[in-house]
Write a protein that binds this ligand. Structure first.
Ligand code: G3P
Ligand code: CA
Length: 301
């Protein structure tokens, strides 16, 4: 039986355009439901020294294999090693200044003790953040985010990780708004990728400045194992960052299917670097940016 035998004659001719319209609307709806619902309008930071390979060499806490992490020495080292981006961690001092430090407590990486958030900036600046690594770095201070932005602006892109300890429910006046204002002050809006394990920070940043780049940092310990596209969609993020240990086949499939940029931490070994580059990730965090630079160059040779 063909379509002619079902609908024939004048009334069928009048109905045909209407049925066609219905069919088009129906197919479009089905297609829309089957497609990713997220916006494809993702913002990724531009690199000052982009070599055009679509891959980013990210110095984790600076060149932290060779220098005390999250110090100006480590950041200068990263630039000298031709990294394309520096990753750093931001907490708030007691008097509310964004400072660059990873741990909530001071013991392991300074000569101080107690919580960072219990110290004013003035007191934090008195601490030695270099000697724990090597006596050569005695006197290295905990930098403020402002100092790092001043150094990086016009030179190297940044990944600013907002530490969970500093995040609150408040949209206004918190670590996100303060950090964002500094990024804007130093004209780095297009050169910064924010990220956080606390997705409230991602949502706040996107609400405050939709044009800013922000990534969700995946945490395997959380019970709700959502896939990258689900997380990106839910929090309006631009990228998915996770540990290489968490880059499962299922997550990789989600990243590829929905064309989601991914940045993977923290990789200091050549074979793993090569494997991840071959898998098509957009960037790798490493404590050894000089090694990753060499691996990238060898890979493209
Ligand atoms: O942002 C990548 C990585 O730094 C996240 O883990 O603990 O080193 O801040 P962590
Ligand atoms: Ca970090």
């Amino acid at each position: 039986m063909n379509s002619r035998s079902i609908c024939s004659g004048r009334s069928a001719n009048r109905l045909r355009p209407f049925s066609l319209l219905l069919f088009i609307v129906f197919s479009a709806t089905v297609q829309a439901l089957a497609q990713p619902t997220m916006s494809q309008d993702r913002h990724l930071p531009s690199l000052y020294n982009d070599d055009g390979d679509g891959f980013t060499i990210i110095a984790h806490r600076g060149a932290s294999a060779y220098y005390p992490e999250n110090t100006m020495a480590a950041f200068r080292g990263a630039v000298a090693m031709d990294a394309e981006m520096i990753e750093l961690d931001v907490l708030l001092s007691k008097d509310g200044v964004p400072v660059v430090f990873h741990d909530a407590h001071l013991e392991d990486h300074t000569n101080g003790s107690g919580k960072v958030s219990d110290y004013s900036l003035e007191k934090l600046k008195e601490l030695d953040a270099g000697s724990w690594f090597d006596k050569r770095f005695a006197g290295e201070q905990i930098p403020t985010l402002e100092e790092v932005l001043q150094f990086a602006s016009g030179t190297i892109a940044l990944n600013i990780e907002i530490k969970t300890e500093a995040v609150t429910n408040e949209l206004r006046g918190g670590v996100e708004e303060k950090s964002l204002a500094l990024v804007q002050k130093y004209d780095m809006t297009n050169h910064v990728l924010f990220s956080s394990f606390d997705y409230r920070a991602v949502a706040h940043l996107k609400e405050l400045a939709p044009e800013i780049s922000a990534a969700v940092l995946y945490n395997n310990r959380w019970p709700n194992h959502k896939l990258p596209h689900e997380l990106i969609n839910e929090y309006g993020a631009d990228a998915f960052n996770c540990s290489y240990r968490e880059l499962t086949k299922k997550r990789l499939t989600s990243l590829r299917k929905y064309d989601i940029p991914s940045f993977i931490y923290t990789v200091d070994r050549k074979p793993r670097m090569r494997k991840l580059i071959a898998a098509g990730v957009n960037g790798i965090f490493t404590n050894k940016p000089d090694l990753l630079r060499k691996v990238v160059e060898d890979y493209h040779r």
